[in-house]
Ligand binder design. Structure first.
Ligand SMILES: [Zn+2]
Ligand SMILES: [Zn+2]
Length: 126
């Protein structure tokens, strides 16, 4: 027995939104999880009563295993990216500079190194 049309619509919408959100979040963290790819398959091929709990479980598992940390805005394309990334996963430009003296990554907007106070920073690949 298959789901009524309304249930089918609801689970497909949840699957599509979840896939889109997981894809964006995984890419922002430069984390190539496959979980976001399974969401629409579950939504399409499982009955409502299984699909919705399965999608919720995927969402919760993803939140637990994804790389932790804050998202910052890419200084070039303004999309959200994980703060530790040196290169933006979306526009492939450098999201940080490097201190020439102590080799620490430095925020793009910084004028001097927060660690050794040197003003010798790389220009970054833009
Ligand atoms: Zn970018
Ligand atoms: Zn430094």
């Amino acid at each position: 027995m298959s789901d009524p049309l309304l249930f089918t619509l609801v689970k497909v919408v949840i699957g599509a939104v979840l896939t889109f959100w997981l894809y964006r979040d995984a890419k922002a963290r430069d984390y190539s999880g496959i979980l976001w790819g399974i969401a629409p398959i579950i939504a399409l091929f499982s009955r409502f009563i299984f699909a919705v709990p399965a999608l919720i479980i995927i969402f919760v598992v993803y939140l637990i295993i994804r790389p932790k940390g804050k998202l910052i805005k890419c200084p070039h394309c303004k999309r959200s990216i994980h703060e530790i990334l040196f290169q933006c996963p979306f526009c492939k430009k450098d999201a940080k500079r490097e201190c020439i003296r102590c080799l620490e990554p430095v925020p793009w907007e910084a004028e001097q190194c927060p660690y050794c106070k040197s003003r010798a920073l790389t220009k970054g690949n833009t």
